[in-house]
Write a protein that binds this ligand. Structure first.
Ligand SMILES: Nc1ncnc2c1ncn2[C@@H]1O[C@H](COP(=O)(O)OP(=O)(O)OP(=O)(O)O)[C@@H](O)[C@H]1O
Ligand SMILES: [Mg+2]
Length: 329
């Protein structure tokens, strides 16, 4: 752990390592292509028959290790990996412990493996389903790197993860966007890979529908089939478009009781979402793109403030030491 003064100055990774979610969404809320659905059902069969095979039939004692029920959900953003992990936890009557690798990865040497162990400990205590979101980095191959210290650290992280998986008695789900580049030893611990594909036409229409609540007021012109045909997008995009459409409909003048979400709101919502994604792509792939000036300035000010604070604290410490010495002498 970094020194408390450094932590107070914002030089640390002391944010919560994981969020505990009490699952509310169920498999009724998830619309999946048939192949993905089958893979999920098989994964659930691993879980529900685990006790019979490994405990009641005693095979757990013959085959120790490999206790954890680890799955990998691979697929593009917004295809329902997180919501499915939530539905699994719901089906098992467990909480979901959501871990983001960025939060576990520490800039402090030696902290990351400890953080990995800490989240497994937390999940054991809570009896939770453990969900590693954005797990590409954590699951990646132990590669050679020009930086030996960094290499040792990342190998250590994977080793700790493998050890934890050996003995963890619950369900662990990894979500990755890139299926490739898995560490082979890690790969062996994964019971099943579930490929999350982009939804087809029928799934998209059903996702538009499932995003609405029975109390959501819809105008008679709303046509989910047409929306599904018009926009080849992910479930996450549909969700965002529905929320934008609801906001636009709610902001219109007139009494609330007469407000309705109409097809044009949904169309505009989706166009907004698509425009936003284009901007994102541009800034991601534009080689000269850099943070806007105001952000760069803010970052510079923050760094300077932190440095100034650090210098002030050090000066204070030096003064205190000098004073103590003077008094003692
Ligand atoms: N297959 C689906 N069925 C129903 N709703 C979906 C589906 N996919 C996505 N959604 C909606 O989109 C939201 C975002 O999806 P989710 O967070 O599960 O995607 P993800 O695959 O985890 O994406 P990311 O890789 O960006 O984390 C969900 O909360 C849900 O409202
Ligand atoms: Mg997710």
């Amino acid at each position: 752990m970094p020194h408390p003064i450094l932590r107070a100055l914002g030089f640390s990774g002391t944010r919560a390592l994981a969020d505990v979610v009490v699952p509310r969404r169920t498999f009724h809320d998830v619309i999946l292509p048939a192949a993905t659905r089958r893979a999920i059902d098989q994964a659930m069969a691993h879980v529900t028959r685990h006790d019979l095979i490994f405990n009641q039939w005693g095979l757990g004692e013959r085959h120790p290790g490999g206790l954890a029920l680890a799955f990998n959900f691979a697929g593009p953003s917004g295809t329902g990996k997180t919501i499915c992990a939530e539905a699994i936890a719901h089906a098992l009557g467990r909480r979901l412990l959501v871990v983001r690798y960025a939060e576990v990865e520490s800039m402090w040497y030696g902290e990351t493996p400890k953080n990995v162990s800490a989240v497994f400990r937390m999940a054991r205590e809570q009896g939770a389903v453990l969900f590693f979101d954005e797990a590409d980095a954590i699951a990646s191959r132990r590669v050679s790197s020009p930086n030996q210290a960094q290499l040792r650290e990342s190998n250590l992280v994977v080793n700790v993860l493998l050890q934890e998986l050996e003995s963890y008695p619950g369900v662990v789900v990894f979500a990755t966007n890139l299926a490739a580049n898995f560490d082979p030893a890690f790969e062996r611990r994964i019971r099943a890979h579930v490929l999350f594909e982009m939804p087809g036409l029928a799934e998209r229409a059903a996702i538009w529908r499932v995003q609405m609540h029975p109390r959501t007021p819809l105008a008679p012109d709303v046509d989910f089939q047409q929306l599904a045909e018009r926009y080849e997008v992910s479930g996450g995009d549909i969700r965002n478009a529905v929320l934008k459409a609801a906001l636009a409909a709610a902001a219109e003048p007139g009494p609330d009781a007469q407000k309705r979400i109409a097809q044009r709101h949904l169309d505009e919502g989706m166009r907004d979402v698509l425009a936003g994604k284009r901007v994102m792509r541009q800034s991601l792939f534009d080689p000269v793109a850099s943070p806007p000036d105001w952000l760069q300035a803010a970052m510079r000010i923050r760094r300077a403030t932190q440095l100034a604070l650090l210098v002030a604290v050090l000066a204070l410490l030096a003064a205190a030491v000098a004073l103590t010495l003077a008094l003692a002498g």
